[in-house]
Design a protein around this ligand. Structure first.
Ligand code: GDP
Length: 298
């Protein structure tokens, strides 16, 4: 993981800030002009209106009228880090038998992200088992099976049309019998306004809770960063489903909307735990607010 260059992956969002910062360094704009222009830049980078306003208010309060750009930039960095680190990003796999569920709409990157986690933890020596709980989309099951073959990690699939909760029940028995360390569950992602999906997810969670103490340890909401503020609209539906522990933000590579990270944390009141920066199994990063801000702004 350490070899991925986040600065490089954030190139497009970074460019929006970089152009502006160069302009500030080479001009003698006063504090008010700088703050006004920063506000526009943040909106362009998809930081979102309410998070932008919050940051701008803090810039006004914490800077002096006579401050120049370097000081304002320092406050900007501190404020963004403050927002991003409000909720701890630790990934809780302390239990011997940990269960992790991934939820989110189709196409967001659930299956790919699951494979990335499976790869990472199997490289760390954990015995990992993956489950395809979307029994209505044969393609989703097949896609996970392909990953399983590529990564040499076992995959449990259900019968087409079977109750996903019963597939999970069987998977949990197998997880115990094999004495695996980590069970990763890929769930269905039919349109997010579908109430049945939320009920299905609740049912899966109840089955897991009943079968294994303190599980599921983590329920990650998969959000596609390239959709910017739209990711928030999708996410709100999933907030109706209880128990989310964090966000796995996908497709942060190549998007100019990376500023959405800030409003996602602020509005969903959830930490970002991982980011996806490509289509391969290795394209995974644990989220760090300091690293993110450094990669974006410095
Ligand atoms: P699902 O329907 O939510 O399971 O989504 P998939 O895992 O099938 O991903 C949908 C598409 O997004 C696929 O083409 C993936 O290769 C791609 N994808 C997933 N994560 C990333 C990422 O972090 N970066 C990029 N560039 N593409 C990604």
């Amino acid at each position: 993981m350490a070899t991925i260059n986040l600065r490089d992956k954030l190139k497009k969002t970074r460019q929006t800030f970089k152009d502006k910062f160069e302009d500030f360094f080479h001009s003698d704009k006063d504090r008010e002009e700088i703050i006004d222009e920063l506000s526009e830049t943040m909106i362009l980078a998809d930081v979102g209106i309410s998070s932008t306003e919050k940051i701008i208010d803090a810039l006004r309060q914490k800077s002096k009228k006579s401050d120049h750009f370097p000081r304002i930039k320092q406050i900007l960095e501190e404020e963004i880090i403050k927002i991003l680190s409000q909720y701890p990003s630790d990934f809780n796999l302390s239990a011997d038998h940990s269960v992790v569920m991934l939820v989110g709409i189709n196409g967001g990157g659930k299956t790919t992200s699951l494979a990335k986690l499976a790869y990472h933890y199997s490289q760390e020596g954990k015995h990992v088992l993956m489950v395809a709980a979307d029994t209505f989309r044969a393609a989703a099951q097949e896609q996970l099976a392909l990953w399983g073959r590529k990564l040499n990690i076992p995959v449990i699939k259900g019968q087409y049309g079977a109750d996903p909760a019963s597939v999970i029940f069987d998977a949990l028995q197998s997880f115990r019998a094999r004495q695996s360390d980590l069970l990763l569950i890929d769930t269905a992602g039919r349109i997010h306004t579908n109430i049945n999906l939320m009920q299905e997810l609740e049912k899966i969670r109840r089955v897991i809770q009943r079968e294994i103490d303190e599980a599921p340890q983590e329920i990650l909401l998969i959000l596609d960063a390239s959709t910017g503020q739209n990711a928030l609209i999708q996410a709100r539906e999933f907030l109706k489903f209880s128990g989310l522990t964090g966000v796995f933000l996908t497709k942060l590579d190549g998007t100019a909307k990376g500023g959405s990270v800030i409003s996602i944390v602020e509005e969903l009141q959830l930490p970002i735990k991982f980011v996806g920066v490509g289509e391969e199994e290795k394209d995974l990063l644990f989220f760090s607010s300091q690293e993110f801000v450094r990669a974006l702004l410095s």
